[in-house]
Design a protein around this ligand. Structure first.
Ligand SMILES: [Zn+2]
Length: 153
């Protein structure tokens, strides 16, 4: 019985140490992602205002990454006349075409972010626990770094 108590105490201490070890990493991760995502949206003056402008920017940035622009379909939802001023973009795979949906305050940095997902084939993956972890820990930080600073990992 005493052995079981010792084991329970040992596990209890282990879990506490693990939590103490992971907490700074989680705080660093969350704060880094907030800073990087904020950098994508500013300055707001560089906002892309029309689908035509967006298509030109997507084409220019796709060429820089060596991505075939003909295989990319762009959707643009203009919220410039509404109170909605948030930025959002998502990337998905439809048949053999990469589709990017842009909402609200789109900037060139956000275009670069989404194109980097396409370059690294982050889109069209089945949603599983490993794929979600990969997306959160590898794909998103990597796309944010390229979008904000042009750093290729
Ligand atoms: Zn992303």
């Amino acid at each position: 019985m005493e052995n079981l108590n010792n084991l329970a105490e040992f596990l209890d201490e282990g879990i506490k140490l693990l939590a103490i070890g992971i907490a700074p990493f989680i705080l660093f991760y969350i704060s880094s992602m907030i800073v990087l995502s904020t950098l994508h949206e500013y300055p707001k003056s560089q906002r892309i205002k029309s689908k035509e402008e967006l298509e030109i920017v997507v084409k220019e940035e796709a060429e820089k990454l060596g991505i075939n622009y003909d295989k990319i379909k762009v959707n643009f939802k203009d919220y410039s006349n509404s109170i909605f001023t948030d930025t959002d973009a998502e990337c998905c795979k439809e048949d053999d075409v990469d589709k990017i949906n842009f909402y609200g305050w789109t900037t060139r940095k956000i275009v670069r972010h989404e194109l980097y997902h396409i370059l690294k084939k982050d889109t069209g993956k089945k949603v599983t626990v490993p794929s979600l972890l990969y997306h959160a820990l590898v794909a998103e930080p990597r796309a944010y770094l390229y979008g904000a600073f042009g750093i290729k990992l």
